[in-house]
Design a protein around this ligand. Sequence first.
Ligand code: HEM
Length: 415
Amino acid sequence: MSAIPTDRSPDSTLAFLRTGYRFIGERCDRFGTDIFQTRLLLEPTICLRGRPAAELFYDNDRFVRRGALPMRAQRTLTGVGGVQGLDDATHRARKAMLMSIMTPAAIRHLGQLVEDEWHARIPVWAGAGPVVLYAEVGRILTRAVCAWAGVPLADSEVARRTDELHAMIDAPAALGPRHWRGLLARRRAERWADELIRRVRAGDLPAPEGAALRVIAEHRDEHGALLPRRIAAVDLLNILRPTVAVDRFVVFAALALHDHPQWRDRVRDDAGAAERFVQEVRRYYPFFPVAAARVRRSFEWQGYAFPLGRRVLLDLYATNHHPRLWPEPERFRPDRFAGGPADPFSLIPQGGGDHLAGHRCAGEWLTIELMKRAVATLTGAMSYQVPPQDLALDLGRMPTLPPSGLLIDTVRRTR
Ligand code: HEM
């Protein structure tokens, strides 16, 4: 058996937070492997990238999720007790419930709600100066996903709830105020979601059949019991929060249209080109850096020992940029997807493997639909200018965005 190449620093947590998306990839390059070990949050941690590593990581016989995600991420991003930390039969039952919300008709319905909200905003932007696309799309998505999920939301609440959902996503890898904002936002949002679940169960709040709020409030676990209200609240936020997070991919899609204007006509006129463009945006731009698991029982892989309980990180970003999987990985080239559907262990911005059996993102199809609608709207329903601004992405910040949130101006409705 070989020793896993090891980064000898006493603890690399600060280096990880500073280096950001490049932390694992740079060290893999240095060691000439797709695996190394380091200490993160004072614990020995195995870091992996690449297709064989992704296939290993999504093998439920080898890994569990219980206790895998650091508490700082659970207390801000995911919440405690949600689907992300479950294993085996409990995970399968909860995941099946969440996936039952994602029917093709329901996905189209949310797509239509987003498009309607967006079209209603175009005349407002047309009369304004520069607008921040990230903030505007965030509010559009908050309104639409709440309406879709059966969650009542007054106009006066939209900005506050959007800010809370944004703060949770921005917090897990941050130190200081950005992290504290995420903690506070989660506490507030969980109280809100808990009260919604209580009202549905009490019969005070009618939610349409099949809508996320109703499905989650009425879900019974594998023993026939309703979920504790706090847990149901966490999983309701597991639908609302990441749907609003699609605004980051929408900003990246707008950035890609700005940097590669030759794609504007193609994505507007050709559904296949739009699909390839959206896939390349998901591959190329950085969002979730890693996924985390723990070794279920000791095993050996490629001559390396994985001891029981060891935390393992799979680098999603470095796998999406792996030179053996993606020729010229640092070039934005949608036509690399012309050969057909992407491999489930190579394109992994939202996790890999199977949606129902594993932890792959429950909202991946929804994300793709919303991105296609956004790209169609940006190229077909409005014209706009991108004024001079700093559009550089800081890869040391997780998650990252252009510092301006992408300003657009001179907006006009075109149909
Ligand atoms: C903005 C785009 C999104 C990105 C980049 C993203 C990314 C991810 C990633 C990396 C995971 C973890 C995979 C793993 O642990 O192996 C995940 C899980 C999850 N995502 Fe997403 N996601 C997005 C949108 C959504 C949407 C729109 C929804 C729901 C409406 C959603 C719901 C979930 C849920 C419930 C899980 C947990 C699945 C499980 O543990 O079984 N996500 N997502």
